[in-house]
Design a protein around this ligand. Structure first.
Ligand code: HEM
Length: 517
C-alpha cells in the first residue's frame, strides 16, 4: 500500500493526476516499442499507423479503409505496415506466398486469423470461418464438386429459368411505353437471391415473382456492416469484453429479428428439401453436398445448413456488386457498350446464349474482368496470419503471428501494374493484349487481379459466379438497349460508396428500352 501511495499519491486529486500520467506513460511506451523495437519495425508506413491501430480503426469506422490503404501504398510502396502487427502488400507475387499451398515461398498457405474468423464455440464448422486448415480441407473436399464447372453446367436450366424470368418481368414493365427505368441493384439482387436460394434450399425466395425483397434481404448489408465493425472491435479485447454484455442493446432489434426470421425460414426450406417425401431430384448444390462418398468425414446436416445459409450472403452481395460495376461503367463508356452489343447480338436467338457459348465471347469476358478489377466486391482484402515461425512474402521475412493481406484496390489501381489504371479498358483483358507487344496493355500485370481469391481457401463459387454474371449481362444486353436514366441516380461515383467489408452500394437507375437494332 505504501508503495502505491508513493507511486500515485495519497490524496484523491493527485491520484487522478498520477493515474492519468501512468496510463499515458503506458501508452507512450507501447507506442515507442511499436515504432522502434517491434519485430515489424523495419517495414515502412506512416508513424501514427505503425505506433497504434487507431488510425486504421478510424479508416474502418469511416467506411473508407481500402481507399486510405491505397493512398498509403502510393506513398510508401508495395509493402506498408498498416498497424503495429499488420502488413499490407501489393506485390502480385505475394498472392502465391500468402495464399497458395504450392507455388509460393512457403510450404503451406497461411491460416485465416482467429480474430477475424473462428467457428462459434460448439457450433457446426463452416468453410468461411474455420481457421483449421485440415477441417477446411475436409469441408472443401465435399463442397468443391457441388460448385465445379461440371456441376454448374448441370445447373444451367435453373440459371436460365431465373434469368429468363428477370428478362420477362422487365419486358412486361417496358411494354406499355417501350421502356422502363429501374434500380438495377434491386433486380440483380432479386435474380441472384432466387437462383442461390433455389440451388441451396431447393426453393427460390420468390423475389422476381413479387418484384420485392424479403425483409431480411433488405437488411443484409446492414447486418454485414455490423458484423464487420464488431470484428474490428476484437482488436481491443478490453472494450470488446465490456461491450459484450450490452451487445444485445446496441444491435438494432429489427436486424436481430430479421436474422432470426431468416434462419428459421432457411431451416424450414432445407428440412422440406431433405425430407424423404421431397420429390426434387436434380443436381443442385444441396444434393451434391449430401452426396458424400465417405459419410464418416462428410458434412453433417448442421454443417450443410450453416454453410448453405452463408452461401446466400457470399454469392449474392459479391455478384450484385460486380454486375452493378459492369453496368455503371458500360453506361459511362458508350463505345464499350456498343462493342458488347455487337458481340452478344451476333446470336440470332436468345436461346443461343448458353453457358458454354458465353464462355467463348472475348469482349463479354473482358468486360467482366475489367469490372472485377475496378469494382472488386471484396475490397478490403483477405486477412491471413503467418505461422509462429514466420514466413517469406515478396522476398521478405515476415515474423510469426503477423496479420497480412494483399490490398486488391491498391494493386488494381497501381500505375506500376496497369496502363491507365483509373480508366475503363476491357481491351486489356483481350487475348491480343497479352501477345501483341505494341498493345498499350501488353505489360499489364493481369495475374495481379484475383477477385475470387487464391489458393485452397479461394472462392468455391467462382465457376457459378462467372456463369451467372455472363448470363445475366448477355441476356440483358441482347434483349434491351440499356440507357442512362434521367433520374438523379443515373450513375454511381464508385469510390464515394462506403466500404464495410462489402461495398455499400448506391442505387443505380437504368432505363431499359426495347431493343431497336
Ligand atoms: C463475383 C462474385 C464473387 C466474388 C468476387 C467472390 C469472391 C470471393 C473471395 C475473394 C473469396 C475468398 C475469401 C478469402 O480468401 O478469405 C470467396 C470465398 C467464398 N465464396 Fe465467393 N465470390 C463470388 C461469388 C460467389 C458465389 C456465387 C458463391 C456461391 C455460393 C461463393 C461462395 C464462396 C464461399 C463458400 C467462399 C468461402 C471459401 C472458403 O473459404 O473455402 N462466392 N469469394
Amino acid at each position: 500500500m505504501a508503495y502505491i501511495n508513493v507511486l500515485i499519491g495519497d490524496d484523491a486529486w493527485s491520484r487522478v493526476v498520477n493515474l492519468t500520467l501512468l496510463i499515458c506513460l503506458y501508452f507512450a511506451t507501447v507506442w515507442i516499442y511499436n515504432v522502434f523495437f517491434h519485430p515489424l519495425a523495419k517495414f515502412p508506413g506512416p508513424l501514427l499507423w505503425r505506433g497504434s491501430r487507431l488510425p486504421y480503426m478510424r479508416a474502418v469506422w469511416g467506411g473508407h479503409f481500402p481507399y486510405e490503404i491505397q493512398k498509403l501504398h502510393a506513398q510508401y510502396g508495395n509493402i506498408v505496415r498498416t498497424a503495429p502487427n499488420e502488413l499490407s502488400f501489393t506485390n502480385p507475387a505475394a498472392w502465391d506466398d500468402i495464399y497458395s499451398n504450392r507455388d509460393g515461398a512457403n510450404s503451406e498457405a497461411f491460416r485465416k486469423s482467429e480474430l477475424w474468423h473462428g467457428n462459434p464455440e460448439g457450433g457446426a464448422a463452416s468453410v468461411f470461418v474455420t481457421t483449421d486448415l485440415k477441417e477446411h480441407a475436409r469441408i472443401r473436399r465435399f463442397m468443391d464438386p457441388a460448385f465445379s464447372e461440371r456441376a454448374v453446367l448441370q445447373q444451367e436450366p435453373i440459371l436460365q429459368e431465373y434469368v429468363g424470368l428477370c428478362i420477362n418481368k422487365l419486358r412486361e414493365r417496358s411494354s406499355a411505353e417501350g421502356k422502363t427505368t429501374i434500380n438495377i441493384v434491386d433486380w440483380f439482387n432479386f435474380t441472384l437471391f432466387d437462383i442461390i436460394g433455389d440451388l441451396s434450399f431447393g426453393e427460390s425466395f420468390g423475389c422476381l415473382e413479387k418484384c420485392e425483397y424479403e425483409d431480411w434481404m433488405a437488411q443484409m448489408a446492414a447486418a454485414i456492416k455490423l458484423h464487420y465493425l464488431s470484428i474490428n472491435l476484437r482488436y481491443y479485447p478490453i472494450i470488446n469484453t465490456l461491450l459484450k454484455p450490452i451487445a444485445g442493446f446496441l444491435i438494432p432489434k429489427d436486424i436481430i429479428k430479421q436474422q432470426m426470421d431468416y434462419r428459421q425460414r432457411a431451416a424450414a426450406k432445407l428440412k422440406r428439401r431433405l425430407s424423404p417425401s421431397s420429390t426434387i431430384d436434380r443436381p443442385d448444390i444441396v444434393s451434391q453436398l449430401l452426396r458424400s462418398e465417405d459419410r464418416g468425414e462428410g458434412l453433417t446436416p448442421d454443417e450443410v445448413m450453416l454453410n448453405s445459409m452463408l452461401f446466400i450472403n457470399a454469392a449474392s452481395e459479391t455478384t450484385a456488386t460486380a454486375l452493378t460495376g459492369v453496368v455503371n461503367n458500360l453506361l459511362q463508356n458508350p463505345e464499350s457498350l456498343s462493342k458488347l452489343e455487337n458481340e452478344v447480338r451476333e446470336f440470332s436467338l436468345s436461346s443461343g446464349l448458353t453457358l458454354q457459348a458465353l464462355k467463348q465471347l472475348p469482349y463479354l469476358n473482358a468486360v467482366l474482368k475489367e469490372a472485377l478489377r475496378m469494382c472488386n466486391p471484396n475490397p478490403i482484402g483477405h486477412m491471413r496470419v503467418t505461422p509462429p515461425n514466420g514466413g517469406i512474402v515478396a522476398g521478405h521475412f515476415v515474423p510469426g503471428n503477423t496479420m497480412l493481406t494483399i490490398q486488391p484496390l491498391a494493386l488494381s489501381f497501381s500505375a506500376e501494374y496497369f496502363h491507365e489504371p483509373e480508366a475503363w479498358h476491357p481491351e486489356r483483358w483481350l487475348p491480343q493484349a497479352e501477345t501483341d507487344p505494341k498493345s498499350p496493355y501488353y505489360h499489364d500485370n493481369r495475374k495481379g487481379v484475383r477477385a475470387f481469391g487464391w489458393g485452397p481457401q479461394n472462392c468455391v463459387g467462382e465457376p457459378l459466379g462467372w456463369a451467372w454474371m455472363r448470363l445475366i449481362i448477355a441476356k440483358m444486353v441482347w434483349t434491351f438497349d440499356l440507357k442512362e436514366s434521367d433520374t438523379p441516380n443515373s450513375k454511381i461515383a464508385w469510390d464515394k460508396q462506403e466500404v464495410f467489408a462489402i461495398v455499400i452500394k448506391h442505387r443505380l437507375d437504368v432505363t431499359f428500352a426495347e431493343r431497336t437494332a
